[in-house]
Design a protein around this ligand. Sequence first.
Ligand SMILES: Cc1ncc(COP(=O)(O)O)c(C=O)c1O
Length: 472
Amino acid sequence: MNAEELAAQLGAWKDDQTRLYRGLAEQLRLLIRLGSLPPGSELPPERRLAVALAVSRTTIAQAYSLLKDEGWLVSLQGSGTRVAHAQPAVAPPADYGAAASGFIADVVRDRVRTVDLTVPSPPPGPWLMAAMSRLPALAAAALSGRVYEPAGYPALRDRIAGKLTADGRVTAAEEVIVTNGATQALSLLAGVLTRRGDTVLVEELTCPTVLASLRTAGLRLVVVPIEREGADPQAVEAAVRRYEPSFIYVIPTYHNPTGWTMTEHRRAALASIARRYGVPLVEDLTLADTRIDGPLPPPPIAAYAPGAQIYTVGSLSKVCWPGLRTGWLIGPRRELQRIVHLRAMYDLGCPLPTQLLAVELLDDLPQIRLERQRELLGRRDTLLAALAEHLPQWRHESPHGGLSVWCATPRPLQQLNHVAQHHGMQLMLGSHFAVGARSYLDHVRLPFTLDEAELVEVVRRLAGYWTEAGRG
Ligand SMILES: Cc1ncc(COP(=O)(O)O)c(C=O)c1O
């Protein structure tokens, strides 16, 4: 990788002005752990990288030196600085920040940006305050029960089971674990289904938060191509035979980042593979309640093979609000006990007041969905209209659900990213979602969760940066 390419991959690392080299070292560690800088690859000479990043050569030298001390890089006489073949065996706790995706690192650092297009975070609606206002009347009875419920507050498990049954996966309350967002559900599954070094099968584009969690768990990722109809069952079956993965992870409905929805036929075929090979399959339905238009999505994959080891993960984050941190995990009863044990070790359970609130929100879900649908429809169409007007060269589809538009651009976006960052706009390039050989640096995910006037302004500014980047 040359100095300019590496500079583009590094993203915004200069926030901590006091110890620049530490910020740079942290981002380099991240790229190594995410596989963007593979073992053995050569780093640019200090002088060139210093020019590309507009920092002093000392900053680069200090960052390289720190990473050599830690074992991430090696220097061999006459062959420059390279990524070490054996990564440090035990990552110190402080390193989790580096293993995380840019998004997680940013949440932890609480970066302030002018325009943040990295996270499609829907705003809470009036229904949230309405549900909260009903809590005092319910709290006395609810809070006098058990203090710890590692599998979740019983009434909430019941509501989630009802929701999943209505969605097509017949579910009993005993098959539900309430989690702190889908994120915790997926970390728990990685914890019980794998051991460090195991293989997991994922789509070649997938959710960066999940990717970070799988990589932090030390798992080897094998990819299947992404297709509009969903993962190709033949490719999945071939990969299952060849790599014997510990589990398969897919996002079948309003896939993040493409917005595509897996067909019924492919869901049935994947369910059949899970059953025939006895391989656990994890379906992430975090975005499933964000339908905007088009046909209703098919039932969960689990509906097609009731006896198979299929886990369905979901969340209130996208339809309601991510700040609730309320998600769930549905799985075969015989497996759940182990997961509940692991979960209890982490946090003993979700906070009861939030779970009470989630019960109320699930009772109101049909209405909330409708309101969200109306809002997302307006925002999506505003974004698409603004793109058509200001960036007609960009290609995209109109997603039937989800919170973002996946754009393909006529040239790679590193330079645009540079310019946008310079102006305080943070983008989520396709490379953040990419697992396989293809970098997707000519793709960007644009969320439509800002209000309509902001969206128009964002696209107008982006078009200006695109022109500026084209000149450079
Ligand atoms: C596909 C997918 N899974 C999981 C998550 C994490 O969801 P939660 O906020 O419930 O942890 C996201 C959030 O962006 C997502 O897009």
